[in-house]
Design a protein around this ligand. Structure first.
Ligand code: IPE
Ligand code: IPE
Ligand code: MG
Length: 254
């Protein structure tokens, strides 16, 4: 019995319903982890409880993605626009992120997950910044899934950063303005050496990009579900992958 058959059996997943092609997996999956607030509201609980549930779910989903052989998982945890929320909610989200990164340090020992973050970390607390450095360093040589957590991330902000770097290089005579090309911009994004996402999943029912990976998702396949992030399960990942494998990615060709 293969690892996957055993896995499906153990988790009571009906293999027949998820006959995905493991030789044609998306290399990079991106997820907009949305719907925590509504999940809590449905249960008459404070939004913060939804965020806690969402954070627990990230661990489960990341682990699953690693197990089935996904190479990169980029998750949207806090956007540059999320600072607009009430301070108490922002504080809770920051506390949860710090907890997540601290737990990751112990959880990830002996696991092959490599953790990175993307976004402008300079606006985060010193403690979070230090924890990001620690956990990144601790897991940098792991060769399994790369879990990329977007914190204070905005696609437009990221492009502004890249443009500033390029302008500096031009001013210092390192590069010529006319030589600037797409690769130079791509290399200066937070995602640097990572491939573009193949599949972007948005739970929570909204059908918008909300400033996530706007440059990188030029040819990404989108998959949406009304399921709220804390309820989002392994089965939904498999469903999204199955749908992805039916898509005809033309990249502008015929
Ligand atoms: C996603 O859930 C978490 C963050 C944006 C930080 P939301 O908090 O946006 O949940 P809804 O969309 O209000 O339900
Ligand atoms: C996107 O969700 C950001 C994260 C999930 C971190 P939002 O809830 O902030 O997005 P909008 O406001 O519905 O577009
Ligand atoms: Mg939301």
């Amino acid at each position: 019995m293969s690892f996957l058959s055993r896995f499906f059996k153990k988790n009571n997943i009906d293999n027949e319903n998820f006959d995905i092609d493991y030789n044609n997996l998306p290399v990079h999956i991106a997820i907009i982890m949305d719907g925590n607030g509504r999940w809590a509201k449905e249960r008459r609980l404070p939004r913060t409880v939804g965020h806690k549930e969402g954070s627990n779910n990230l661990d489960r989903i990341a682990h699953f993605c690693g197990e089935i052989g996904i190479k990169y998982l980029t998750v949207y945890a806090f956007s540059t626009e999320n600072w607009k929320r009430p301070k108490s909610e922002v504080d809770t989200l920051m506390d949860l992120l710090l907890d997540y990164l601290k737990n990751a340090e112990s959880h990830m020992r002996g696991r092959s997950v490599r953790i990175r973050t993307i976004g402008d970390s300079s606006a985060l607390s010193k403690e979070i910044q230090e924890q990001i450095v620690r956990v990144t360093k601790l897991t940098e040589n792991n060769s399994g899934l790369t879990l990329n957590i977007a914190i204070n991330y905005g696609g437009r902000d990221e492009i502004v950063h890249a443009v500033k770097e390029l302008a500096r290089d031009v001013a210092e005579g390192k590069i010529k303005c006319d030589n600037i090309d797409e690769t130079m911009i791509t290399n200066r994004l937070y995602t640097g050496d990572m491939p573009d996402p193949d599949l972007l999943i948005r739970p929570g029912g909204e059908k918008r990009i909300s400033n996530f990976l706007i440059w990188q998702s030029a040819y990404t396949e989108f998959w949406y579900t009304d399921v709220l992030w804390p309820d989002f399960q392994k089965e939904h990942i498999l469903e999204a992958i199955k749908e992805y494998q039916k898509r005809n990615r033309r990249f502008g060709g015929v």
